[in-house]
Ligand binder design. Structure first.
Ligand SMILES: [Zn+2]
Length: 298
């Protein structure tokens, strides 16, 4: 199979998103739609090749190296969005949103947790890119290893010495614990504590914790940004990259475009309500069995 990138290197560069959070968020959402459709197209081409119908797949997009060359070669602009994501190699931020070099200010750390150095990078970006930066996105991803480790520690604390062997690893896993506790409490509020005995509970808790961890980190970023700039016009949102279908969404399994990115308010009570919404969405996916699903009528 041949994959042909069709593009015009002499065409005007694509317009920058509107200089407000709404425009930035729309650009990210549309970029993820494009990314998914390219992957669909290529997967379809691979499938056809397997069936003996070898074909060329034409992608109407710039190859990554060409984008970088164009960005370096005279498109003076600064990033419009900051993304704090996980280091996991399966979640490459610019690719997920089909964005070019210099479009996004990216920070990647396992579990997308907020350490001092991350905060320093955010502080730097807000102070120095403030005029172009209109959104900060915290992006988790499904099947995250850091969150899974935190869930396993929560469910079997006696294994802590083995998993938290070094100060560095502990500092990541410990930061995720609060989201895991919050997710556990939310599932109990929504389904009752008996849900903990369900065979699918570990997977359900990992899924819920991943969404809540992204929201919780966004909540902390919100507080910090407001601390050093009370009047900040930057919008702080969260989302999760779903490896099963390559989409980004703020609630597990949601197909609602309005729920692509979730907003945090800085009020702890709103986080608790969000935890309940996430727990209901996990139940709606059937992760705690059809009986829990029908009992909750989700
Ligand atoms: Zn991860």
């Amino acid at each position: 199979m041949d994959v042909i990138y069709r593009y015009d290197p002499y065409a005007d560069p694509k317009p920058r998103p509107a200089a407000d959070a709404k425009g930035a968020i729309r650009t990210l959402r549309e970029g993820n739609d494009r990314f998914r459709s390219y992957i669909d197209l290529i997967q379809h081409g691979i499938e056809e090749g397997r069936n003996g119908n070898a074909q060329s797949v034409v992608v109407e997009a710039e190859p990554v190296r060409m984008r970088i060359a164009r960005a370096v070669g005279g498109q003076p602009h600064t990033p419009y969005a900051l993304v704090l994501g996980c280091s996991d190699a399966r979640a490459p931020i610019e690719h997920i949103f089909d964005q070019s070099s210099n479009d996004l200010f990216v920070i990647r750390v396992a579990g997308n947790v907020l350490g001092t150095e991350c905060l320093g990078s955010i502080d730097y970006a807000v102070r120095n890119l403030g005029s172009s930066l209109s959104v900060i996105l915290v992006l988790g991803h499904t099947t995250c290893g850091a969150v899974s480790a935190a869930v396993d520690l929560y469910l079997a604390p006696h294994d802590y010495p083995a998993l938290g062997l070094t100060h560095a690893l502990r500092s990541i896993v410990d930061r995720v614990q609060i989201a895991v506790r919050g997710a556990d409490k939310a599932i109990s509020r929504v389904c009752g504590s008996a849900a903990r005995n369900h065979p699918g509970y570990r997977d359900a808790l990992i899924e819920a914790s991943i969404y809540l961890n992204a929201a919780l980190t966004a909540f902390d970023v919100h507080r910090e940004v407001k601390l050093f700039d009370d009047e900040s016009r930057i919008r702080i949102v969260f989302s999760v990259f779903d490896l099963s279908d390559l989409g980004v969404r703020a609630l597990p399994g949601s197909r609602d475009e309005a729920a692509t990115f979730g907003e945090v308010t800085g009020k702890p009570a709103d986080l608790e309500n969000l935890g309940d919404e996430i727990a209901k969405a996990v139940v709606a996916k059937g992760m705690l069995g059809p009986e829990t699903q029908s009992a909750l009528k989700v």
